[in-house]
Design a protein around this ligand. Structure first.
Ligand code: GLN
Length: 489
């Protein structure tokens, strides 16, 4: 593998500005790597060679004129298949949207284009971002670059696998209940779920709108900071977008000294694999060594996060997905005799089993008689979770917890037991319910399997700067983020 592919996105950007390599050459190196590795890994659903080449040439001209519009100008980026790219099939891992070519770019994509990044193509994902393994994708699963028999996590499994296998230095994912952080953890890379509202959701196909956020997956916290600075902006087209403070990259001082880090007892209790616990607690010790104060505390509401999340996410999904009826949007069945049959058959054919299950669950919890018992109660739990976390974050600057209870599961292991799969989201959904920024980063490998383990840090609203400063400090003193899986050596 060419050496340049193993550099971080920022290092690649710097190599371009120094004239060590041109943007079209950098792109070709990535395309070659994709051709070699992706037939087995299947991280991409589509690679736009011609479009990317034109963008790389434009970026090169800008760099030569000394007009690079960002530190990532000319650097390739992969985009999750639920984020609209003009003219590029955006199918959300679903038969329902097969062949859909958006006539516009998502706000996040507009911003990356304006910064001179080169769009490689779309990455594989669980259908409508519902899943934790990328196995619910209509086009088949992605494989984990550390072990082809394992899942890459999900739902942004394609984006995480692409970055992990050095097919892209940077990718966009979306995170509703962990879909950036958990696949990043399973693939040994770094992912950031920003504060709710920091990045515009305009052009992101909705799953659960009050939880969805777009964010970067990369190999380093510094790359995530650079991408976040580009993405974070107020956008009038998304009524919940607020933007943020920016300047994240400039604030990476390399120091974690004096940070107060809390470790919730409940997140290290029953259900957590020993090998994962050991690594995450090892990360706590490293932070201590860097001058942070680490202290345990109790977060009694933590166990209620998964039930509240699945009620709210399914409720919102059932409403968001009602637009795909074969008339207004989406796949249209052939031959039904009337409009009701047309809608029923179109939805039956277009949605896979996981999307159908969630539509049914969501419709149930929103129906008369059950609305108060489930939906409203889940909303109340959500407020409690937010309050408890915000209270904890007055005592601590950051909260440290595992990204997932285990390392990457074997392909085929999770789908047979959906409830078990839902429970594995226990450490990630809290950040979405509370709208707080949260990053996951590699903290070593599990001894038994040699697979990567991810830790998470959670911060106060709009404190991506502090959050990424801590992860960056960790990465300046360790090299876990440089470890590579077997298929990326
Ligand atoms: N695994 C979670 C779910 O299936 C999270 C998905 C996501 O963040 N998009 O809902």
């Amino acid at each position: 593998m060419e050496e340049i592919l193993c550099r971080s996105a920022l290092e690649q950007g710097e190599a371009l500005r120094r004239g060590e390599i041109t943007a079209p050459e950098l792109l070709r190196a990535h395309l070659k790597r994709i051709r070699e590795a992706d037939p087995e890994i299947h991280a991409f659903t589509l690679v736009d060679e011609a479009g990317a080449l034109a963008q790389a040439e434009a970026a090169q001209r800008a760099i030569e004129r000394g007009e690079a519009s960002s530190p990532l100008c000319g650097v390739p980026v992969a985009i999750k298949d639920n984020i609209c790219v003009r003219g590029m099939e955006t199918a959300c891992g679903s038969r329902m949207l097969e062949g859909y070519r958006p006539p516009y770019d998502a706000a996040a994509v507009e911003r990356l284009r304006a910064a001179g990044l080169v769009l490689l193509g779309h990455t594989n994902m669980d259908e409508f971002a519902m899943g934790s393994t990328t196995e619910t994708a209509a086009g088949g699963p992605t494989r984990n670059p550390w072990d082809a028999a394992r899942a890459p996590g999900g739902s942004s499994g394609g984006s995480a696998a692409a970055v992990s296998a050095r097919m892209a230095p940077l990718a966009l994912g979306s995170d509703t209940g962990g879909s950036i952080r958990q696949p990043a953890a399973f693939c040994g890379v770094t992912g950031l779920k920003p504060t709710y509202g920091a990045v515009s959701r305009w052009g992101l196909v909705a799953y659960a709108s009050s939880l969805d956020q777009i964010g970067p997956i990369a190999r380093t916290a510094a790359d995530c900071a650079a991408a976040f600075d580009l993405l974070c902006a107020r956008d009038a087209r998304d009524a919940t977008s607020r933007g943020g403070t920016g300047g994240t990259l400039a604030g990476l001082t390399g120091s974690a000294a004096g940070l107060r880090i809390g470790i919730p007892d409940e997140s290290f209790a029953e259900g957590l694999d020993e090998g994962v616990r050991a690594r995450v607690l090892g990360a706590a010790e490293i932070f201590q060594g860097l001058g942070a104060q680490v202290e345990r505390f109790s977060l009694p509401v933590a166990p209620y996060a998964v039930p509240a999340y699945y009620i709210l996410a399914c409720a919102e999904a059932s409403s968001n997905l009602s637009r795909y009826d074969g008339v207004k949007y989406g796949h249209r069945a052939e031959g039904p005799e009337d409009i009701v049959a047309l809608m029923r058959q179109s939805r039956m054919e277009g949605f896979g089993p996981e999307a159908r299950r969630r539509i049914l669950l969501g419709t149930f919890v929103l129906s008369q008689g059950y609305y108060e018992a489930y939906y409203l109660k889940a909303l109340r739990v959500r407020s409690r979770i937010r309050q408890e976390l915000e209270r904890a974050l007055t005592r601590f600057d950051l909260i440290l917890l595992p990204a997932a209870p285990s390392v990457a599961p074997r392909l085929g292991e999770s789908l047979s037991d959906p409830l078990q799969m839902y429970l594995s989201d226990v450490y990630t959904v809290t950040a979405n319910l509370a709208g707080l920024p949260c990053a996951s980063f590699p903290c070593g490998e599990e001894e038994q399997t040699g697979l990567p383990v991810g830790a998470q840090l959670l911060a106060r609203r709009d404190e991506e700067g502090l959050l990424l400063r801590a992860v960056d400090a960790f990465q300046r003193h360790t090299d876990y983020h440089l470890h590579r899986g077997g298929m990326a050596r």
